[in-house]
Ligand binder design. Structure first.
Ligand SMILES: [Zn+2]
Length: 227
């Protein structure tokens, strides 16, 4: 499906999204080319409708997304199109009334950023492969644990450290740390091995506790939406 009218900026009201973009039945791979998907990403951030205090500058957000896009390799699966599809699903969840009340603006913004960054610079091989073949990436992370996920998070931070891509530059120190914690937790939770050995049992335990319900809902959201 060719997507027209998606070539303008985030605040250009003349831009339009493909039919059904805001519905779960929408198929992300039909979005069009990379420019279309980048513009659709900008619209997803805009649609979060977060308070001005946390809203990234349009030009910085665009540069950030362009850089993220460039840092996905051309792979059969863990590519930009996959990141876009996951971000789109996350966006649809974040629009639901339940999540709008369960999560605050900063958390919703963080989750969308996390979803788009969660497989950054994926090499196309698994954690087991890194360790078995003692790859440079495995060396970098001491040949253990969630090597790829550590790398995806490190890549995210590296992009955010660039002044022109720093979409969180206006945040207070406290809010910035909160965002970093969410990004780290959610990206690390995408290691499927950790998900089944740690996240799921913890989720089961916390759902038995009324006070833990809200927290478990967030954890569930974090782990299940990104692999
Ligand atoms: Zn993924």
């Amino acid at each position: 499906m060719p997507v027209e009218h998606l070539t303008n900026g985030i605040h250009d009201t003349s831009t339009s999204l493909p039919p059904d973009f805001k519905a779960f039945k929408f198929i992300p791979k039909l979005i069009g080319d990379k420019n279309d998907s980048l513009n659709a990403c900008l619209r997803m951030f805009e649609d979060l409708d977060i308070v001005e205090q946390f809203r990234p500058k349009n030009s910085t957000l665009r540069k950030f997304l362009q850089t993220v896009q460039k840092n996905y390799k051309q792979l059969p699966y863990h590519n930009w199109e996959h990141a876009f599809a996951v971000a789109h699903f996350c966006y649809l969840l974040l629009r639901t009334p339940k999540l709008k009340t369960q999560l605050n603006d900063l958390e919703r913004l963080s989750l969308l950023v996390s979803s788009i960054c969660h497989d950054l610079d994926h090499p196309g091989t698994s954690n087991s492969f890194q360790i078995q073949y003692k790859t440079p990436l495995a060396d970098l992370y001491n040949n253990e644990g969630s090597i790829l996920e550590k790398h995806h998070f490190a890549q995210t931070i590296s992009i955010l450290k660039s002044k022109e891509c720093d979409i969180f530059e206006e945040l207070s120190k406290e809010d910035f740390q909160h965002v970093m914690n969410i990004l780290q937790d959610t990206i690390m939770a995408t290691d499927i091995a950790v998900h089944f050995s740690s996240t799921m049992p913890r989720l089961k335990k916390t759902t038995e506790d009324k006070n833990g319900m809200e927290r478990s809902f967030k954890q569930y959201m974090n782990g299940m939406t990104r692999t």
